[in-house]
Design a protein around this ligand. Structure first.
Ligand SMILES: [Zn+2]
Length: 226
């Protein structure tokens, strides 16, 4: 009789031990189970993905630093083009001025200032000379100031160029960009002191390159005056 009790006792102990071992293995499996795909972290910074997704053609040249690209937002703006039609385009701007740039373009639209074409510059591979020749209104471009080694405010997405063909950068009588452009205040799309475009930018405390004394950059507006 004693033997039976011992066998029952040992069986219960064995059952308890087996249950403990199984539950331990199960809990360990549960803990190390890989997270479902939607929880996996992506290797790319979140903002950069959302920026690229909005216009899936954004391929930046290799020399554009990631630290600067991560400061950018892609915005969509409406404007009236040279055919007097409603048009729209994308701009890459610094996050700091995202909302302000949208307000500026809203004001330019409402007040009827004509813009040739708005673009990120992607289709020109960010070539400043090509963009000027094609009369592109743009913001961000990782480049230096024309004729200098200093990094431009465009490199931070903190400056905007408006209708470059009508609003050249005039360094001296024989040095102007784009080449063969003429600054004529009677021509549509030209930025004039006291005109709609200058007034709108100044309302938001932006500075105009047409006010510079040493040389004139009629297309250029920036927040800090450089
Ligand atoms: Zn500029």
């Amino acid at each position: 009789m004693k033997k039976i009790y011992i066998i029952i006792f040992l069986s219960i102990i064995t059952a308890i031990i087996i249950t403990i071992i199984i539950s331990f293995i199960y809990s360990k499996n549960k803990y190390t189970h890989p997270s479902p795909p939607h929880q996996k972290k992506s290797g790319l910074p979140k903002k950069r993905i959302s920026t690229i997704k909005k216009e899936d053609k954004i391929i930046f040249p290799n020399y554009f630093p990631d630290s600067i690209i991560s400061q950018l937002d892609l915005i969509h703006v409406k404007y009236i083009n040279y055919n007097n039609s409603i048009d729209s385009g994308y701009l890459l701007v610094n996050k700091k001025i995202h909302l302000e740039v949208q307000s500026i373009f809203k004001d330019l639209f409402t007040r009827g200032f004509l813009i040739s074409k708005v673009s990120t510059g992607v289709e020109f591979n960010f070539s400043d000379s090509l963009m000027m020749e094609n009369n592109i209104t743009s913001c961000f471009n990782y480049r230096q100031v024309n004729g200098s080694r200093r990094l431009s405010q465009h490199a931070l997405g903190m400056a905007i160029d408006i209708n470059p063909r009508q609003n050249p950068f005039i360094y001296s009588t024989d040095k102007k960009y784009p080449l063969n452009s003429i600054y004529d205040t009677e021509v549509i799309g030209t930025v004039i002191g006291g005109g709609i475009c200058e007034e709108v930018f100044k309302k938001y405390n932006w500075k105009w390159g047409g006010d510079w004394r040493s040389f004139k950059d009629y297309q250029h507006f920036s927040k800090n005056g450089h």
